[in-house]
Ligand binder design. Structure first.
Ligand SMILES: NC(=O)c1ccc[n+]([C@@H]2O[C@H](COP(=O)([O-])OP(=O)(O)OC[C@H]3O[C@@H](n4cnc5c(N)ncnc54)[C@H](O)[C@@H]3O)[C@@H](O)[C@H]2O)c1
Length: 261
């Protein structure tokens, strides 16, 4: 897919960091395409050397001037990314945190049985990393800005097989509200985006994911599955000044699924 051309460059002059592109199916890629199409300039990260050849061609399509490694569990890497942004840009308008991870055995097991190490790793990568990113972004958001993270309905309701990730997403959504309250006076807005199920690599770790897709299509008022471009366009709107008085929300992009019993 190439970047769509959008005439209205609504995000022209804005610069942001996108974390979580693994491949062309990634939600972060849908966001990156939309933000770029609306005129934003992007810094992009890749997980490690194995991921690099998959992410670099996408970063080229985005004409990203900053492309760096970032494994949030490697000490110093997140700091290095923000240092580079400070040197190159001196400021930042938005961050998109689109990453999550749980050790396979912890994810597959009952929450009741979660081992401490699996629980902590899940929380570190899926929740704490967003808090730390916000802390590093704050001094660069001199004119205000928007921080986004990705969540899922399994934070609110017991979704079969979502298990420990539901616990991490509940904490993440709560962190969004606290940080929105704390950073709001500086003009920094914080949102969690809650897409309906999408067939990505992260989703393939969830057993019986196809059943979740079928149910979403059947039950959502829109009777349609969400695509990464839908998530991208709606997220881009929230980064625009038109949404400047919206903050601290969990915004569902799920065809209305969450309103149905
Ligand atoms: N796919 C869905 O159905 C769905 C629905 C709602 C929310 N989400 C959320 O969307 C986000 C993106 O997932 P996706 O579905 O696009 O899958 P994806 O596999 O394309 O993206 C997940 C990303 O997390 C990154 N990641 C994992 N561990 C990391 C670490 N230690 N440091 C840095 N990056 C790391 C991976 O490199 C990858 O880029 C996740 O937070 C996920 O929970 C997904």
């Amino acid at each position: 897919m190439t970047i769509p051309t959008v005439k209205a460059k609504l995000l022209e002059g804005k610069r942001g960091l996108i974390v979580g592109i693994a491949n062309e199916s990634s939600i972060a890629w849908g966001c990156a395409r939309a933000f770029r199409a609306f005129g934003a300039e992007l810094a992009v990260t890749y997980l490690n050397e194995k991921a690099r050849p998959h992410v670099e061609p996408l970063a080229r399509q985005l004409e990203a001037p900053i492309v760096l490694p970032l494994d949030v569990a490697v000490p110093g890497q997140m700091e290095a990314v923000f240092e580079r942004i400070a040197q190159s840009w001196g400021e930042l308008d938005f961050v998109i945190h689109s990453i999550a991870f749980a050790p396979r055995d912890t994810l597959a097991g009952r929450v009741t049985d979660a081992p401490l190490d699996g629980f902590l790793k899940t929380m570190e990568i899926s929740c704490w990393s967003f808090i730390r990113m916000a802390q590093l972004a704050e001094p660069l958001m001199k004119r205000g800005g928007t921080l986004f993270t990705m969540t899922y309905y399994g934070s609110q309701m017991v979704v079969e097989n979502y298990n420990i990730m539901g616990v991490a997403k509940a904490a993440l959504e709560s962190a969004v509200r606290y940080m929105a309250a704390e950073l709001g006076p500086k003009g920094i807005r914080v949102h969690a985006i809650s897409p309906g199920p999408l067939a990505t690599r992260a989703a393939s770790a969830i057993p019986e994911f196809d059943a979740l897709l079928d149910k979403a299509k059947r039950k959502a008022p829109a009777r349609e599955l969400v695509a990464i471009d839908d998530v991208g366009a709606a997220t881009a709107f929230l980064a625009h000044d038109a949404a400047r008085l919206m903050t601290g929300q969990v915004l569902y992009i799920d065809g209305g699924y969450h309103i149905i019993d």
